[in-house]
Structures are given as structure tokens and as C-alpha cells.
Design a protein around this ligand. Sequence first.
Ligand code: 5GP
Length: 139
Amino acid sequence: MEDIFCRIIKGEIPSTKIYEDDDVLAILDISQTTKGHTLVIPKLHYDNFLSCPQEVMHKVMDVAQRIGQAEISLLHARGVNILTNVNEAAGQSVMHFHVHVIPRYNGGEGFQITMKGQDTSGMDLPRLAMDISKAMKKE
Ligand code: 5GP
């Protein structure tokens, strides 16, 4: 079954469009976590950021950057979170690659990212870094 963003792209479901070109669509998120919360979506279906071809991903990120800049200048946001969730374990609920652009105003919003550090004394961080480095796909 098609996901909701495929249907929005085909025009079967209405959306509030901010930007559109041949490859990318940007719309207001229906939830408006903060005022201006935007989704930047490739028109072709890719499940997530990791499975999206680099060229398409670059086009999506270019639009996300420009929308973030516009939200700072137009809406006077004090900051912007740019994020994309990959898989359910990371909170992805629509399995069609999209980037959230979330303007931040005063910190008291219904959106917070908290990164709690953990005890790293039992971890071999240089080894971990080397292993991840080796596992990276060649360009
Ligand atoms: P995820 O949890 O996959 O990272 O984000 C999915 C986002 O899509 C959520 O923020 C949700 O509010 C938004 N969303 C879900 N359905 C619709 C819809 O029909 N229209 C719009 N504009 N946004 C939607």
C-alpha cells in the first residue's frame, strides 16, 4: 500500500505546500509541533534517509537548508532543528524519507531533544570509531 506522502505527492490528499520542484516537495507538517514545522520530501519513494540515493538526498537537504533560513528570517525563530528519523526504532512513523525542519522560539515548546550521556568507561572508543569507519560504504 502507498504511504501517505506518496498520496500527497500525487495530489490525492491535500497539503499546505511551501515549495515544489521536479524532485522535491516541502509542506507544513499537519501536527505543527512548532509554528512553521515543515516536512521536506523527495517525490520518488525511498523508505528513509539511508536508502535514498545521494543525489536526491542532496536536493532534499538543499531545500531543508533554505526553509530553515527562511524560518529564521521570516518567523524570527531563534533556532531550527533539522532532523530525519530512520526506522521505527528511531521514531519514524511514515516510511517515506522526509526531513523535519522545526523552528525553535523559546524553549518551552512541545519538542525537546535531550541527549543524556552514558558511562563510557567500559567502551573502547578508538576501536569503535575504527570499526564504524571500516563499515562505511565507499563513495
Ligand atoms: P516521522 O514520525 O515519520 O518522522 O514524521 C512523520 C510526520 O508526518 C509527523 O510529524 C506527522 O505529523 C506528519 N504527518 C502525518 N500525516 C500527515 C499528513 O497527512 N499531512 C501532513 N502534512 N503531515 C503528516
